[in-house]
Write a protein of this length. Structure first.
Length: 256
């Protein structure tokens, strides 16, 4: 029986309804508790690190590693909970993946870039590949707020006709966009917007200020590539972080 070297425990999850390769699937992983495991949650009985850095996921051969990204860790020791996204390839000859844990010497390998269609947490300190929409109100890298790191992208505007924002090209459609954002206080109670659809209209991410949110778009279809943009109305400052683009089909694959 194959086994990932250095790990002492593992669980098996069955994937059903998988019709698209390299699909991003979410699992809620509890450090403590003994279950029962469900299609959305698994329990590790206290046998993992507080930072969940000893998590590993493999395909059916039990050793080929799958890319994953830890979105967040909440709670306090020992009741810590990680939200994890895993990129699931075409699975053969079975539709199982293996979840390894309990390795105190493991190093962190959480990687958003390798997990999603597109990912940017702005930790490299550069705006590229984003481009400012309005050079009178340019987007910039900021350390004033972030979601889990130290940096984010800052966009702002003054009046409706002079909106600030940023745009990037995405080469895949049939996707959804997820973003963490902070709408800073002190501005107008107006909107952070996301396109596509093109301006106008657009998807309203959130109305109001002084709000931290984790938001997912509706499905973006059509012929790729498309320009993904975030922009603001009126006098508003917004910090954008952890932009991730994931594949989407309906019905979605689920874990058994």
């Amino acid at each position: 029986m194959a086994w990932l070297t250095g790990w002492t425990r593992r669980k098996i999850k069955i994937v059903t309804n998988l019709t698209v390769s390299d699909y991003q699937m979410k699992l809620i992983i509890h450090k403590s508790g003994s279950g029962p495991d469900t299609s959305t949650d698994i329990y590790l009985g206290g046998h993992c690190r507080d930072d969940f850095a000893d998590l590993r996921f493999t395909d059916p051969d039990q050793t080929t590693l799958l890319s994953y990204w830890i979105e967040s860790i909440t709670g306090t020791t020992p009741n810590l909970v990680a939200t994890v996204w895993i990129k699931i390839p075409t699975l053969t000859p079975t539709n199982n993946i293996y979840i390894y844990y309990d390795n105190p010497s493991a190093i962190p390998v959480s990687d958003g870039t390798n997990t999603f269609v597109f990912f940017d947490d702005f930790e490299d300190g550069t705006l590229s590949p984003w481009t400012s929409i309005n050079l009178s109100y340019p987007a910039s890298i900021s350390t004033e707020w972030s979601s889990g790191g130290t940096k984010s992208m800052k966009i702002y505007g003054i009046v409706f006709v002079s909106s600030g924002g940023a745009i990037v090209s995405i080469g895949t459609t049939n996707v959804r966009v997820i973003v963490d954002a902070y709408l800073a206080p002190g501005g107008d109670a107006y909107n952070l917007m996301m396109s596509p659809p093109a301006y106008p209209p657009a998807q309203i991410v959130k109305a109001g200020v002084g709000t931290v949110l984790n938001w997912e778009s509706s499905t973006i279809t059509g012929t790729p590539p498309f320009g993904l943009s975030f922009w603001v109305n009126k006098t508003t400052t917004v910090y954008i972080d952890n932009v991730r683009v994931r594949k989407y089909v309906s019905p979605e694959p689920i874990f058994g």
